[in-house]
Design a protein around this ligand. Sequence first.
Ligand code: ADP
Length: 624
Amino acid sequence: MLKSFICHGFQGVSTSQRKLIISLLFFFILLALVLNAVAILSYRSGLAELKAQGNNRLELYINYLQGVLEKYESLPELLAIDNNLVRALLNPLEPTRIETLNKYLETINTVSDTLDTYLMNTDGLTIAASNWQEKHPFVGRNFSYRPYFKEAMAGKLGRYFAIGTTSSKRGYYFAYPVRKDNEILGAVAIKINIDSVEQKWSHRDENFVVSDPEGVVFITTKPEWRYKTLKPLGKDVLQRIEESRRYPEATLTPIAAAPAIPGDGLQILQVAGESGTDEKRMVVLSQHMPQAGWDVHILMDIEVLVKKVVTMCFVVASGMTVAYVLGLLLIQRRHRLAELNRVEEESRKMLQEANELLESRVLNRTQQLTEANQQLRKEILERQETEIKLKRTRKELIHAAKLAVLGQMSAGINHELNQPLAAIRSYTDNGRLFLQKGRHEDALWNLEQISELTERMAQIGAQLKLFARKSGGQVVAVPLHGVVDGALEILRPSLNKAEIELAINITPADLEVKANHVMLQQVLVNLLSNAMHAMEGQDAKKIVLDCRGENDRVIIAVQDNGPGIPEENLQNIFEPFFTTKKSGQGLGLGLTISDRIIRDFGGQIALVQSENGAQFEFSLERIH
Ligand code: ADP
């Protein structure tokens, strides 16, 4: 993200990413400004705190020093009024007096816990001293070069820090003039030990330093700083110090590697560390001790302050970062919530719209449905009415048809019966006449004719009976060749007479069907008779009776090479009493009866028209 931002600016960066980058930039700028302010403020407040703390400590330390000095500073003044000292100064050549004084000074030295107590004449020559018995006694030594002597000779309390020239022990000197009638006869001096001052404060964390007016450190809690300076000393100063033999063999080099940096009313020193390599920055607080002419300093490591500032900055930076991240998360959450609300609102709207659309569609569809329903009801009513009408019409039609059939049938029967009846009548008349004339032969012939005619009439009756019969006979397994033989038996004379070529195929020969023997024979007789009649008058007459087994069915077909059935008769041939035959040849019931019989056996007679003749076909259930 940042890379693309650097390479292409804001190109190819999404709006949210852009916002994030901007917010990050602002955050970093703000963080930098705040950290800067925090660093400055915490540094300043830390310095102020350090200063206050330092000043406190300094005050305590100065008070302690003051106490130590005050403890001893009045002692020379007290000694100066002692007559023993005055008398000794007035009579320096009396050995017993000097010896007594030496002992006296020794006692005082012991009691007052000072290093040395001694008496000098106006030339600076020591005439008596507490250390008169030691290896390097002061007696006989001249200290006129010491400033404390000079100050005492000037009538003031002399104070001085120095390393003893005789003892090489450092100490602080107090000297006071010994007077006789306002005339200064000499000076009495004491040297006090300041090692205890350092020891008492050395265990503390603070670095205390006491420097003389020249800036040389002579009391310090850090031994390595002893006899060093807080600032580089000038040549004249160095020379003056050397002349006073104040710090013999001391190097007097500065503590700080770099000169002091003034900072906010304080001084900051770059001090070399103990190893000499790592430098430390130290805050220096100073206070002047006017009576002693000393400067007391406290040096505090600034690292603590820097650490505090860094910690503060870290805490603030962490806080700000956490706040920023929390803010980002909050904004993100708010955005997400807003987005969620928007999506929810949109979905709700869409849902509402869809709902409204659905409702309007449902209303529309309902209306359409209601209309369609009403239309349907109307239509149903109309249909019902039509049905009633139809039923009525059908009834009427059936009635009419029945009447027509009855008429047709009566006409047929009438026609069929009238002819033989008329013939019988004339044969009877003829017979009677032949009998009257005694022509018995002729009368017999007429009677035979009458008999034949009655036989024919009986046949017509039998046919009608067959038609009237609903169904009859037992349905069993019937061997087909037996049925065919039976039918041929009946038709043989007619077939022979008509010189018809008959072809019979039964495949396989032992085919058996589910039927009634007599009925099936009747059907075959009917179909074969029809074929025979159709071919009347033509030269070559041929009938093919084909029986073949196909799976669980047996197909039986009767085909002739007659004229076939004209188109206009196709619809009618299965109707009862439809016939094209001459009167006396057929009633038009053969096909109707045959079809009924076959239907009873579970089949149906169908006409298969072919180019040469007609073919009637039906199938039966195969048994074998
Ligand atoms: P009928 O034999 O008494 O006329 P059918 O019902 O047996 O009555 O036959 C109806 C008519 O169908 C016949 O009059 C004839 O016109 C026609 N028909 C039946 N079989 C054949 C056939 N094989 N060839 C031509 N016409 C036929």
